[in-house]
Design a protein around this ligand. Structure first.
Ligand SMILES: Cc1cc2nc3c(=O)[nH]c(=O)nc-3n(C[C@H](O)[C@H](O)[C@H](O)COP(=O)(O)O)c2cc1C
Length: 313
């Protein structure tokens, strides 16, 4: 990959700032390898839990104005199966001329309480993944008022410090936009020792209705929103974290579909840029296309690296 796009993220060399976010593709090593070859600098696994989960009955996704609703229900084959796929991916990358062994992986894990997060993190720590990402957007089963983990500064901080105690790998906190105190939560995650923040998870949730059937389209009724319609909010939340003085690496995502969107996300204050729903619109080669679009912006502006793009703050 061109030198203008190379970067070092938490001590790991990436060929591009583009990241495959959690859950957008299946967990198979071949899907993850494909997007790496096509130009993703970092690939994230589906969010993994202690045991395999079936997820919700279909339909689990629907296209809406400017984006998608999904209610996958965090289906995944369980942490052990995820660890095996990451092993196969690393093995395949080692034997691949295009990747020449370099295929950084971010392992996303989730749980509904701190103890469970710690026990999955202990397993993820023994995997070949380069980073561990904590998907904090789950309901908190321990909270009698049903406040999600990601909405509680205290829970976010406790989970991050507990996980940091059991792993040497860099820990990335994935935050939910569906809170009223976003920058406070981001600050609590930073103070608790997160090595980076990943934002945003899906927005909402929202509802789509089939008027012929007079029924919700999704079997789960509601689903999280992603795609271009969430981009202005994703940009705003990244910007607000920087404005609040948070000096921590940020993976910014939410509706990034082309080079212009990626430049906007970098200008808002992100260090890396996630490209999720756009994979459905432009195919897996979206990573190659956005890399090219980014490069053409850099060359047009006479910049020698994407890191030279000026932030708006
Ligand atoms: C089908 C689908 C499945 C997802 N699954 C997960 C998941 O397992 N864990 C997670 O942290 N985020 C999950 N997400 C959220 C994405 O990682 C990302 O944060 C969000 O979609 C915003 O980026 P985008 O607009 O580029 O898709 C999922 C999103 C989609 C569309």
């Amino acid at each position: 990959m061109e030198k203008e796009l190379r970067t070092d993220f938490l001590g790991v060399k990436l060929s591009s700032p583009l990241v495959l976010p959690a859950g957008v593709l299946d967990i198979s090593f071949s899907s993850m390898k494909q997007v790496s070859v096509l130009g993703a600098g970092l690939v994230t696994t589906k969010s993994l839990s202690t045991q395999a989960r079936k997820g919700h009955e279909g339909p689990v996704v629907t296209e809406v104005e400017g984006g998608m609703l999904n209610a996958m229900g965090l289906c995944n084959p369980g942490i052990e199966a995820g660890i095996k796929e990451v092993h196969l991916l690393k093995e395949a990358a080692a034997n691949d001329d295009e990747l020449s062994g370099n295929c950084p992986v971010n392992m996303s894990i989730f749980a509904t309480d701190k103890e469970d997060f710690v026990s999955i993190a202990e397993k993820a720590d023994k995997s070949e993944a380069d980073f561990i990402e904590l998907n904090l957007s789950c309901p908190n089963v321990m909270d009698e008022f049903g406040v999600p983990l990601a909405a509680s500064e205290q829970m976010v901080a406790e989970i991050i410090s507990a996980v940091k105690n059991v792993t040497q790998k860099p820990v990335i906190a994935k935050l939910s936009p569906n809170v009223t105190n976003f920058t406070k939560i981001a600050g609590a995650a930073t103070d608790a020792g997160a090595d980076a923040l990943c934002m945003i998870n899906t927005l909402g949730p929202g509802i789509d209705i089939d008027i012929e059937m007079a029924k919700p389209v999704l079997s789960n009724i509601t689903g999280g929103m992603s795609g271009p319609c969430v981009k202005p909010i994703a940009l705003r939340l990244v910007y607000e974290c920087r404005k609040a003085g948070l000096n921590i690496p940020i993976i910014g995502m939410g509706g990034i579909t082309n080079g212009r969107d990626a430049v906007q996300m970098l200008m808002a204050g992100a260090d890396l840029v996630g490209v999720g729903t756009a994979v459905y619109y432009r195919g897996p080669e979206v990573f190659r296309l956005i890399n090219e679009e980014l490069l053409s912006y850099l060359r047009r502006k006479g910049l020698d690296s994407f890191q030279s793009i000026n932030r708006i703050i």
